[in-house]
Design a protein around this ligand. Structure first.
Ligand SMILES: Cc1ncc(COP(=O)(O)O)c(C=O)c1O
Length: 555
């Protein structure tokens, strides 16, 4: 092997090999550089880290001073906590009992009840500040729970509730009447479907429509079609964005296996554009326009609120420019641009994010509100992308079905929804929407600043989130003070406050008063104490030390 000939042979092979390998290495490097530097930008790493986090919790002795606050302040917090606990016990007596019983058999409820606050505090909070998962009625912008307590509804029903609960009651009642003659006959279509298709193609500006049963399924189908028509494997999603719970769009924490055909890239990044321009395996780019409120960050639930580094910074012009840049590169590279408007569709503008940001997509997914309060997922797309078979290769099909898709009751409810929206009178609801909601957010922020409270809100139109201006380990407590003031949030807490558009100025003024009152009480109870050594960084460092200590104390 060591003859001059064989050495020459080997070195020629090495150079050839390196040359062959180099573009791959370069492409791999470009991909790494296009990832957001946070854990949400590194799906595999985030799953590894998540598996390493050990369970530990604060007992009653260290729960109130876990940030190093002095003993008298910890006592003040404790008194505040148990004052709230007493209020909750009396006010939600029936609902709490029902919730506790139901949670023994409803796994979804066990999950949401456990993940309302950071896990270190969860058990004591569940024991003492548990509230009711059961509501019995809604009216206007309020809901009434099984104990008879009335609260302002800021849950937005996961985003479904855009026009107020009474609007959806009317849609469902109207739908039931119209579908009754046919009943739940599945397979053949209720005639109303033709009107829905007409309206959806007009709203989306796209050629064809397919019906599904949830937003998750609509996204699955859009991505599957993009892969089928481009003969490429990979989808690109952006760090932090939610597209339902299908594995390929949820490659990080929450999914037990790692999908291999998803690239999670940084939102609003030149490096991402470079990857899109240079790789040949990308079938589609999936955009959830809600990310404009917090690019590259997960939907911020209070369970993840371990310090005050969460912020919101919606910049409509900058995000619009980003979408235009994406549009351009997708056109150039034959990549399918999919807008996932399951959340923002029908909320931010009549024609959704396409209209709001002035950018056309190749496919759009809708869901949530579109069927007037009934379950739905829809894909709208360009004709050539929606086709599920090929004329020249009849066995090469792209399969998608679903027992309940095009359900007559859902279709009539969708028609109730869309025909209301078709009326110009009704549609004036979108006039000046941003001004209204930006103005309301600014109003509330002014009041919070004037009262020297370390909370602010950010918003994308009527979708709001709270964030915090001083480092604290206890910001998640705000949701319990808000609840005590009669403001109902969803299980993710202050990371999402969703208003329906029927909130009047008077309703909003009431919510703002209550919000400020809740924050004042929380401040009085000492939760927002800090000394000079407490920063977001020192909080995270302390947590890391706690984790390491617990991990090794186990062994
Ligand atoms: C942008 C987006 N896509 C998809 C989904 C999934 O929709 P569904 O919960 O109906 O499956 C959601 C749900 O919140 C969403 O916000």
């Amino acid at each position: 092997m060591d003859s001059p000939l064989s050495i020459l042979y080997l070195s020629t092979a090495a150079v050839a090999g390196a040359a062959a390998v180099f573009p791959k290495v370069k492409a791999r490097l470009a991909l790494s550089r296009a990832k957001h530097r946070s854990l949400s930008g590194h799906s595999k790493m985030s799953r590894v880290v998540a598996r390493m986090v050990p369970f530990y919790e604060f007992n009653i002795n260290d729960f109130f001073g876990s940030d190093g606050a002095p003993a008298d302040l910890a006592k003040k917090r404790q008194d505040g906590f148990f004052r709230l606990a007493k209020l909750y016990q009396e006010r939600y007596a029936k609902g709490r009992q029902m919730t506790a019983e139901a949670a023994t058999r409803i796994s979804d409820l066990q999950f949401t009840e456990t993940y309302r606050v950071p896990f270190q505090y969860s058990r004591l909070v569940r024991e003492h500040l548990g509230n009711s998962a059961f509501v019995k009625s809604s009216s206007g912008v309020t809901v009434t729970d099984v104990d008879g307590n009335v609260a302002y509804d800021l849950t937005g029903s996961y985003g479904v509730n855009i026009f107020g609960n009474d609007f959806y009651k009317e849609c469902v009642a109207g739908a039931e009447k119209r579908a009754h003659a046919l009943g739940p006959v599945l397979g053949p279509y209720h005639p109303v479907i033709t009107d829905n298709v007409k309206r959806l193609t007009e709203i989306s500006g796209l050629d064809e429509v397919s019906f599904h049963m949830s937003g998750t399924e609509a996204v699955m189908q859009a991505v599957r079609l993009a892969r089928y028509h481009t003969s490429r494997t990979h989808l690109v999603r952006f760090a932090g964005s939610y597209h339902g719970w299908w594995g390929d769009v949820q490659p990080g924490v929450g999914n037990p296996v790692a999908p291999h055909e998803t690239y999670t890239l940084a939102d609003m990044s030149e490096r991402t554009l470079h990857v899109l321009k240079t790789r040949r395996d990308i079938a589609c780019v999936l955009v959830n326009p809600l990310q404009a409120l917090h690019p590259n960050v997960n939907a911020p639930g209070d369970a993840a609120l371990v310090d005050s580094s969460r912020t919101g910074n919606f910049d409509r012009a900058a995000y619009g420019a980003w979408l235009k840049a994406l549009r351009k590169v997708c056109d150039h590279r034959g990549i399918v641009l999919i807008f996932d408007e399951v959340f923002v569709g029908f909320r931010i503008a009549y024609r959704g994010a396409q209209e709001y940001f002035g950018v056309r997509a190749d496919m759009v997914t809708y869901g949530k509100s579109l069927a007037g309060g009934l379950p739905i997922g829809v894909v709208c797309g360009r004709k050539e992308l929606m086709r599920r078979f090929r004329d020249d290769r009849p066995a090469d099909v792209c399969f998608a079905r679903g027992t309940f898709n095009s359900h007559p009751y859902v279709m009539t409810a969708m028609d109730e929804f869309l025909s209301r929206l078709a009326s110009p009178n009704f549609r004036s609801v979108y006039d000046g929407l941003d001004e209204t909601w930006n103005g309301r957010a600014a109003q509330l922020n002014d009041r919070l600043a004037a009262q020297d409270l370390p909370v602010r809100v950010s918003n994308l139109s009527s979708i709001w989130m709270a964030h915090y201006t001083e480092p604290s380990r206890y910001n998640w407590m705000l949701q319990y003070y808000l609840r005590a003031e009669g403001l109902a949030l969803s299980w993710v807490g202050t990371g999402r406050l969703i208003f329906s558009l029927n909130y009047t100025e008077a309703d909003f003024a009431e919510v703002a008063d209550r919000f400020v009152a809740a924050a004042e009480k929380m401040k009085q109870d000492g939760w927002w104490w800090r000394d000079a050594s407490l920063t977001n960084k020192t909080i995270r460092r302390k947590m890391l030390k706690e984790m390491i200590a617990h991990r090794f104390s186990r062994r």
